[in-house]
Design a protein around this ligand. Structure first.
Ligand code: HEC
Length: 201
């Protein structure tokens, strides 16, 4: 009797030991996903895909990065909708991994398009901003993104941010962002104040 009970307890403990790591990972993932969904951004009110004609004009590697971003299993849409990165105010100057090129592109934007630096809720132009954010998201517990996919997504986000939010498209972009911020303000005033306070609008 005692021996049987001991065996049952031993079996239960062994099972628990196997089950524990998996349970920990999924709990962590849930909490990041829950966090992402419980704390909305103005971005989330915008479209969660790009217009087909915009995408068609992008180079092949950039289009590939976009497709990876959209994945709900192993892309950026795993925890929150793709609308969050697609309607973000972040702009990374051209130049990719070349720091000097990015610095020069930033200086050029400051000189030629000062409006991009006058309204923080429409644009946040910063060297390496997308590189940093992709890494930040990839470091979250439970994130399924593979390193190579992260690189492709980064290439999309940096290219797309300059194309769609600056130059000839700047005014249209600012109007779009203002509309999203207004929606957050009316639909979720508490969160709006919170983000404003944190200078994260
Ligand atoms: C594991 C869950 C998870 C994944 C996967 C994920 N995110 Fe997030 N994301 C979050 C959470 C949680 C927040 C809330 C703010 C924070 O923690 O940084 C967030 C916030 C954001 C924001 C808003 C930041 C701001 O201050 O405006 C952007 C943009 C963003 N994510 C982009 C991405 C991109 C790009 C990817 C894919 C490379 C991605 N996310 C993948 C969980 C995730």
């Amino acid at each position: 009797m005692n021996r049987k009970l001991t065996l049952i307890i031993a079996a239960a403990l062994t099972l628990a030991a196997y089950a524990a790591p998996a349970a920990t990972v999924s709990a962590a993932e849930m909490s990041e996903k829950e966090k992402a969904l419980a704390n909305p951004y103005p971005n989330d009110f915008g479209p969660d895909t790009l217009a087909a004609d915009v995408l068609k004009a992008y180079p092949a590697n950039v289009q590939a990065g976009y497709k990876k971003l959209l994945s709900t299993k192993s892309g950026c849409a795993q925890c929150h909708s793709a609308a969050r990165p697609l309607n973000s105010r972040f702009v990374e100057p051209e130049g990719g991994m070349d720091d000097a090129k990015q610095d020069a592109a930033l200086a050029k934007l400051k000189k030629e398009q000062p409006e991009l630096f006058a309204d923080g809720s429409a644009w946040q132009v910063e060297t390496k901003v997308w590189s940093r954010y992709v890494k930040r998201m990839m470091n979250k517990p439970g994130c399924n993104l593979q390193k190579a996919d992260g690189k492709a997504i980064y290439e999309f986000l940096s290219y797309d941010s300059v194309k769609r939010k600056t130059g000839a498209n700047a005014a249209q972009w600012a109007a779009h962002r203002k509309g999203l911020v207004e929606q957050l303000k009316t639909k979720n005033p508490k969160r709006y104040e919170e983000l404003k306070e944190a200078k994260d609008l």
